[in-house]
Structures are given as structure tokens and as C-alpha cells.
Design a protein around this ligand. Structure first.
Ligand code: NAI
Ligand code: MG
Length: 356
């Protein structure tokens, strides 16, 4: 029997509501495939911040360093500035554990309304690979002459060969396992004249090592337009931290509600635990009402199973929610239904239990 220790961080708002459903469905899949989970809960959140002045204890990272994976709901809540919740919890986890890949699937499912006209399932099915540790999101910079009319703000971007290459390599290897074997690079080497030509250069160099993978590249501005007009062009799209961030909200938005989109923060070498979380935040506007869509959390759980090597269980979880969406009317209000978070979670868990 395989056994995994999972650090569970439900976080704030609807994070705490959808987490229960994620665990419920994974338990069903685990029981089917002889997988035992040990769920260790950590109450790291804005609530904890209000009590202690910290999003997590000082030795927080040590407490979860030996877990097999981290399963996170969402963090952030009114009253605590977003940069505190982000830099006090999510970013330290992503960086300290070298989760240098942020992976997001973009897939149009049966039974899900897409805001793009005339698109059917199968036509939109790709992955966004975002560099998750460096790039535009760096702490290097500062402000001079604050408050005067000579005020200056400087923010440096960091592109290291190691950091760029490992993100590109991951994208090419992912494409190699896929049917279409195609990688698209997001760039802006016409406007950003140092780091982006460097990114392009490394992309071309990496491509040489994968002759079976075809490539193309687009500047980020026209690429966002193609995401809307030609989403069927894409198989694996790789981008820097900033470009990947933008694309990875746009992609899932084009395939339905933000409530179903999953993501993985990966340390591909498995030297450190990876973290799995829905794309959405803590949704203070609906928190406490029990109506949050749990699919983003459940699908993130499937990505966690994949990372742990439990691919059969991962496929079971995916088929379970795909079946509920395609064959039933059970849905939370964001998808036009009137089910609660729990009812939706139970329906998916039952579907997983019945699946042959
Ligand atoms: P949000 O994703 O929490 O909400 C945006 C909109 O989508 C809201 O109208 C919300 O009701 C709806 N929504 C989100 N998830 C849903 C679900 N599962 N089911 C149904 N509807 C859903 O983004 P927002 O409002 O910008 O941020 C709220 C807080 O969450 C902020 O404090 C922000 O910093 C934090 N946040 C945290 C993230 C994380 O933990 N990774 C990611 C994004 C935001
Ligand atoms: Mg984002």
C-alpha cells in the first residue's frame, strides 16, 4: 500500500470550504487504488496573521519540508494586504522549495460553457508552463526621492541561464509526452531588449535538443489575442513569470469559470515537496455561503496524484468530475446551478466510487 503524507493548508475564505471536497474525492480514489493519505492540517492563514503577526510560524517551511506534497486552498482576506499573504506564505513556499514550474492545464470540458463562441471540447486542450521562481517578480529594486517630483521606482528582472533553461526543458519534455508535440514560447523581444532576446536565444538552443518537437513563438500582446481567437493552435505554451501569470488566468477564463481551474507548483526533481492549489483565490464575496465550486481544488488533487506517480488514480478523479459535468445537472451557482459546495463534492465522490 502506497502511503503519502500531505501537508494541508486550507487557508482563508472558500479555501477552507473547497479543501474538504478535494480531500473527500482523493480519499475515494485512494481507496480504489490502495493509496493511503495522511492529511496533516496547518492553519496558516490571514486569521493566523491577525493573531500572531505571521502567516505561518517562523519554522513553518521546516514543518512541511518532509511531506510528499502540499495541498493548498487559497490565502488572502480583506483586512490583510495581499502582498502580506502572498509574500508571507505562497512565495516563500514556491521559492524555498524550488517550485520553479507553475503548470496549468487549459481544457474545455463537456458540459462547461465557454465564453468563446463555437468551440467544442477537444479543440482546446493545452498546458501553460510558467517560470515560477525568478523573472519579473524579484525583490530587487527600490525607490528614490520618494514623495518628491523626482521620485523614481526601479524593479529589476532576473533571468538566469539555470532558471530559464529548466523552465524551457520542462516544457519540451512535457510536449514530448503529448500527441501534438508542440511548444509555443511567449516573448516580447521587440520591446524588452535584454532579457527577452536572451529568453528567445535559450529557447532556440533548447529546441535543438528536442528535434521531434515543433516550435513557434509570439510576442505576448498578439499571443493573448491568439488565445481568444485561435486556442486550438496550442499544445504547450511556455512563458516567464509575468507572461505565464497573465496567460494562465486568460487560458482558464477562456474555457469556463475560474472555479474549475487547477494549478501545480512543481519541483520536478522531487527534491522538495510540490504544491497543488486551485487558480482562484479566497473569494471573500461568497465565503461562508457554501456555494464555492470545488472542482478547481479537486482537479488540483488529480495533478497531485499525477506528480506522486499515481496516474490511474489521477485519471479516475478527472473522469469523475468530467462525468458529473457531462451527464448531470449538478453544479454550483457560478456554473448556473444551485448545488452547494458539499453537494457538488459528494456527486463527484460518488461518481468516482461508481467509475469502472
Ligand atoms: P478570487 O479568485 O478569490 O475571486 C474572483 C471572483 O471569482 C469572485 O467573484 C469569486 O466569487 C469568484 N470565484 C472564485 N473562486 C470561485 C469558486 N471556486 N467558485 C465560485 N466562484 C468563485 O479573486 P480575488 O477576488 O481577486 O481575490 C480574493 C482574495 O484571494 C485576495 O485576497 C487575493 O489576494 C486572494 N488570492 C489568492 C490566491 C491564492 O491563494 N493562490 C489566488 C488569487 C487571489
Ligand atoms: Mg495570477
Amino acid at each position: 500500500m502506497a502511503k503519502y503524507r500531505i501537508a494541508v493548508i486550507p487557508g482563508d475564505g472558500i479555501g477552507k470550504e473547497v479543501m474538504d471536497e478535494g480531500i473527500r474525492v482523493l480519499e475515494v480514489a485512494g481507496a480504489r487504488y490502495g493509496i493511503e493519505f495522511q492529511w496533516d492540517h496547518f492553519d496558516w492563514s490571514c486569521e493566523l496573521y491577525k493573531q500572531t503577526g505571521r502567516m505561518m510560524p517562523e519554522d513553518g517551511l521546516d514543518q512541511i519540508a518532509d511531506h510528499d506534497a502540499i495541498f493548498l486552498g487559497a490565502v488572502g482576506f480583506p483586512g490583510v494586504p495581499d502582498h502580506v499573504s502572498l509574500w508571507g506564505l505562497l512565495i516563500p513556499i514556491r521559492r524555498h522549495f524550488r517550485q520553479y514550474i507553475n503548470l496549468r492545464p487549459v481544457r474545455l470540458l463537456h458540459g462547461v460553457f465557454s465564453p468563446l463562441a463555437n468551440r467544442s471540447p477537444g479543440e482546446i486542450d493545452f498546458y501553460i508552463v510558467r517560470e515560477n521562481n525568478e523573472g519579473e517578480y524579484s525583490e530587487i529594486g527600490g525607490r528614490l526621492y520618494a514623495g518628491t517630483d523626482e521620485e523614481v521606482a526601479v524593479q529589476e528582472s532576473i533571468f538566469t541561464r539555470k532558471g530559464v533553461d529548466r523552465a524551457l526543458k520542462y516544457a519540451f519534455e512535457l510536449a514530448q509526452q503529448r500527441h501534438r508535440k508542440h511548444v509555443t514560447s511567449a516573448t516580447k523581444s521587440n520591446g524588452i531588449i535584454h532579457t527577452m532576446p536572451y529568453w528567445d536565444e535559450r529557447f532556440e538552443e533548447m529546441a535543438k535538443a528536442y528535434p521531434d518537437v515543433t516550435t513557434d513563438k509570439f510576442h505576448i500582446d498578439i499571443l493573448t489575442a491568439h488565445f481568444v481567437r485561435n486556442p486550438d493552435w496550442f499544445d504547450v505554451v511556455v512563458g516567464s513569470n509575468l507572461f505565464g501569470d497573465i496567460l494562465s488566468d486568460l487560458g482558464p477564463a477562456a474555457t469556463g469559470t475560474i472555479g474549475i481551474a487547477p494549478s501545480a507548483n512543481l519541483n520536478p526533481e522531487k527534491e522538495y515537496p510540490s504544491m497543488f492549489e486551485p487558480v482562484h483565490g479566497s473569494a471573500p464575496d461568497i465565503a461562508g455561503k457554501g456555494i464555492a465550486n470545488p472542482i478547481g481544488q479537486i482537479w488540483s488533487g488529480a495533478m497531485m496524484l499525477d506528480h506522486l506517480g499515481e496516474t490511474d488514480a489521477a485519471r479516475l478523479v478527472e473522469r469523475a468530475f468530467e462525468t458529473v459535468l457531462a451527464e448531470s445537472e449538478v453544479r454550483t451557482p457560478d456554473m448556473g446551478g444551485n448545488a452547494t459546495t458539499q453537494e457538488f463534492g459528494y456527486a463527484i465522490a460518488e461518481s468516482a466510487a461508481r467509475m469502472s
